[in-house]
Design a protein around this ligand. Structure first.
Ligand code: MN
Length: 231
């Protein structure tokens, strides 16, 4: 096969305990999936889950025990952190039932759904797509993927992010409005999931701004820490 120019390289994430890496297909994200975060964004009540995507090459892949770097993005004056549990799909499918959903998961990781909140807010107000607020370059830091067999109970795990050593978000994944299985059921009704898909499952309350020079340390219990510096 000859190409006009070099094809985009495969984006991949390291896997805890083995040399083979997880090649990424798509990045799906769930909106407003913790009640207290929905409230802080001005919404109440349980609504069906909704989704948006980030480009696969927006990942900032950070190895264990390393500090990744993320450039402060253009156009924004309100660059927000959203700490999230990330599901890594190992077996694809469509119309996956919640009862069968966990069989499709390869593992879990800690991720940050970084957001240009001012631009997202403007798009919401105008009824326009969120891409510019959510899907920009370097908007999706992620740590290594831990295979399912090696994780603790990810459905009842403390989740937090600190900025420069101070707590910003702290909750528990048991507070998810739509749990992991239900999320996969809804998502796979809309798209056929593929091995290599990542699902950012939503963020708890306490989202806020970071600036250049800040260091973020996020974690989900049992999945290690994700460290990223804004440069
Ligand atoms: Mn999010």
């Amino acid at each position: 096969m000859r190409y006009l120019f070099d094809p985009t390289p495969v984006v991949s994430v390291p896997v805890v305990g083995q040399a083979a890496r997880f090649p990424v297909h798509r990045i799906y994200c769930v909106g407003r999936n913790y009640e207290e975060h929905a409230k802080e964004m001005g919404f109440t009540g349980r609504e069906p889950p909704f989704f948006f995507l980030k480009p696969t090459d927006s990942l900032v892949v950070v190895n264990a025990d390393e500090t990744g770097t993320m450039p402060y993005p253009s156009l924004t004056k309100n660059f927000h952190h959203e700490i999230e549990l990330v599901v890594a799909i190992g077996k694809g499918g469509k119309n996956i039932s919640a009862a069968d959903a966990l069989n499709h998961i390869y593992g879990y990781a800690v991720g940050l759904d970084m957001t240009r909140r001012d631009l997202q807010g403007e798009m919401k107000k105008q009824g326009r797509p969120w891409c510019i607020g959510k899907g920009f370059d370097h908007s999706a830091p992620i740590g290594p993927i831990t295979p399912v067999a090696q994780t603790g109970d990810v459905e009842n795990a403390d989740i937090y992010v600190q900025v420069n050593g101070q707590d910003r978000q702290r909750s528990n994944t048991s507070q998810l409005i739509w749990n992991i299985a239900e999320t996969i059921e809804h998502l796979s009704a809309a798209w056929e999931l593929q091995p290599g898909d990542l699902i950012y499952t939503g963020t708890p309350e306490g989202v806020g701004a970071v600036v250049a020079g800040d260091t973020l340390v996020g974690a989900v219990a049992g999945l290690g820490e994700l460290k990223v510096k804004v440069v």
